[in-house]
Ligand binder design. Structure first.
Ligand SMILES: Nc1ncnc2c1ncn2[C@@H]1O[C@H](COP(=O)(O)OP(=O)(O)OP(=O)(O)O)[C@@H](O)[C@H]1O
Length: 353
């Protein structure tokens, strides 16, 4: 069970955060989700942070009467879904110890505003599907897959199920390190006394076997993680209605089963390259197991993490081959140079191919 263990967490003054976002100025708005807005803010004149608010945001601190009445059963039942989601996010994040692959929680103001680290390089979804800049290298993409696998492994170790793993919730920091964000739907599985919530998540990433509250397990996240893996490999969206089949899972799994890896990874450094082929086959097989309809056969995050680490070492195995090619090229160049020196004398040039 989670305990209040985030030692870096701070309770902020509501007014201070309003000032830091320039009264929630539209110019400071950096993201909109279905449940709230995210603003860029400057704290103490030097620290850039992100502040998440429900969309039904009060521009002044909630009055003491309203905050005391919010604990009464009648008003808590009338709380908007957005406020509840943010409150849940604050509760879960404030209870988790910090982890390098999870967005850092910095604090909150009256559980109505949440302060987290600012991620300046956008989301994985933007990078794969929106951005005009070139795609990250193959190895960088695998590294992102590993970082997120580690984040989810960490959460599962703490008894937390994220329930909303998707490329939009994977954000990049200043050094392009990937972190898992958006804990609005997260559930602490070990809180036995609490009723489990109704199934929720994002279409395209939501485990089709998660049909009732009791079905929730770590394998629910494994399914969504598998969809993200397929997305990373193919650069195809989880759901793309302009294609048939529209679901990435329905499209990719038969191709993986049929060994048609190039059709998923493309011909570039992905599927076409000998160096990466063995690694891709293994990783795509893992992705296919993650999205399996047989929940029991899905791997756990520990196994996934270990497999990705092993796969990343795979290209190194073919290094001796590369080295010998390199050595031959160097030897050839030297021989050419010697030949040139033998065939030329001062003032004359000779071309040697
Ligand atoms: N810490 C951050 N730094 C920079 N941008 C962020 C940060 N947190 C969120 N964003 C941006 O704001 C968007 C919305 O944030 P978030 O996903 O947390 O909201 P949400 O309402 O919970 O979303 P959802 O629709 O998935 O429920 C993100 O997709 C991202 O682009």
């Amino acid at each position: 069970m989670l305990s209040a263990s985030n030692s870096q967490m701070k309770e902020f003054d509501y007014k201070e955060l309003i000032t830091a976002t320039d009264q929630f100025s539209p110019s400071q708005l950096i993201g909109k989700g279905s449940h709230g807005y995210v603003y860029k803010a400057l704290l103490d004149h030097h620290k850039i942070v992100a502040i998440k608010t429900p969309s039904s945001l009060p521009l002044s601190p909630p009055s003491s009467s309203s905050s005391s009445s919010s604990s009464s059963s009648s008003s808590s039942s009338s709380k908007s879904e957005q406020t509840k989601k943010l409150e849940n996010e604050i509760n879960v994040m404030s209870s988790l110890p910090s982890n390098q692959h999870v967005l850092s929680f910095l604090g909150h103001a009256e559980k109505k505003l949440m302060v987290v680290e600012y991620m300046p390089n956008g989301s994985l979804h933007h990078l794969l599907h929106v951005s005009a800049s070139p795609l990250p290298t193959w190895l960088k993409r695998i590294e992102v897959a590993l970082q997120i696998a580690r984040a989810v492994h960490f959460l599962h170790g703490k008894g937390v199920i994220h329930r909303d793993i998707k490329s939009e919730n994977i954000l990049f920091g200043s050094s392009w390190e990937a972190k898992l964000a958006d804990f609005g739907l997260a559930v602490d599985l070990e809180e036995g006394d609490k009723m489990r919530p109704a199934p929720a998540g994002t279409i395209g990433y939501l485990d089709p076997c998660y049909t009732s509250p009791e079905n929730l397990s770590t394998k629910t996240d494994v399914y969504s993680y598998g969809v993200v893996l397929l997305e990373i490999f193919s650069c195809r969206k989880a759901i793309d209605v302009s294609r048939s089949p529209s679901s990435i899972v329905d499209w990719a799994v038969p191709l993986i089963d049929g060994g048609r890896i190039v059709e998923i990874c493309g011909r570039g450094e992905g599927g076409g390259s000998d160096v990466f082929r063995g690694m891709n086959v293994r990783l795509l097989r893992i992705a296919a197991r993650c999205v399996s309809g047989d929940v029991e056969s899905r791997p756990c995050l520990g196994e996934i993490t270990a497999e990705i680490v092993a796969c990343m070492a795979e290209p190194l195995k073919s290094l001796p081959l590369w080295m010998s090619v390199l050595r031959r090229v160097v030897r050839l160049k030297r021989r050419k140079k010697r030949l040139r020196e033998t065939l030329t004398w001062p003032g004359q040039t000779c071309r040697v191919w």
